[in-house]
Design a protein around this ligand. Sequence first.
Ligand code: CA
Ligand code: CA
Ligand code: CA
Ligand code: CA
Length: 262
Amino acid sequence: MSSNSPRTVAVGDFNQDNQADAVVANYGDGNVIVFFGYGDGSFVSGASYAAGSCLVRVAVGDFNEDNRLDIVPLNYSNGTVSVLLGFGNGNFSSPNNFSVGNYPYTVATGNFNQDGMLDLATANCGGDGVSILLGYGNDQFASQMSITSLNGPYSVVVADFSRDSLLDLVVTTLADSSIIVLLGQGNGSFVKNSIVIPHYYANAISVLVGSGNGTVGRLVSLTSGYTPTIAIVGGVNLDNRIDFAVANYGSSTVGIYLNTCA
Ligand SMILES: [Ca+2]
Ligand SMILES: [Ca+2]
Ligand SMILES: [Ca+2]
Ligand SMILES: [Ca+2]
């Protein structure tokens, strides 16, 4: 697959043939290109869609509840997310843009206010905030709500880390290289729970065991890494609790965070 300055890729079945497809966001061209999968590992390029400028991430979800996947590229330079509605045949609508904070670098999806409709969260590394856009279940979102006093948030991931059935966020920051848990309140708001662990200039692997309720975890084997950038959520140790891993851009390491919530 070829495209110009691709920054990110997301997958989904965009033409509803039960084969996984890919969408690539191109930083240089400010467009997204869909590649249709044959199911054997090969892809054919579909149409490209102009979606803004300096696209750094793209999210996938069904935002207008028509059972067709939509795509949401993130425009780094002009501080917006673009929503392109999928038609279910591999084609997409022209973009609808919604403002978020300055220099958004990561976008994640989830239903944060328990209304059954998909919402968006962006980490805005040019400022101090995470933007929450609550979806209306069509192609529209409410104006952004900001979670502030985060020092250059760079990446955000969504999962229920505190096991209360309410989605939480984990944010990594660029300016002070820390990892912050934001506990979801179930109404679209979040409470800044704790700075889990600051990462400074070191070169090792981090392992942190959660304390049991989404608060500060117990550190069992430190280390740290410099500039944690992307958090990956998953059950690393197979105990049905959500752990997360962080790739430390500056030190080329990966941190694994184990959740021991009861
Ligand atoms: Ca497909
Ligand atoms: Ca849709
Ligand atoms: Ca929602
Ligand atoms: Ca939770």
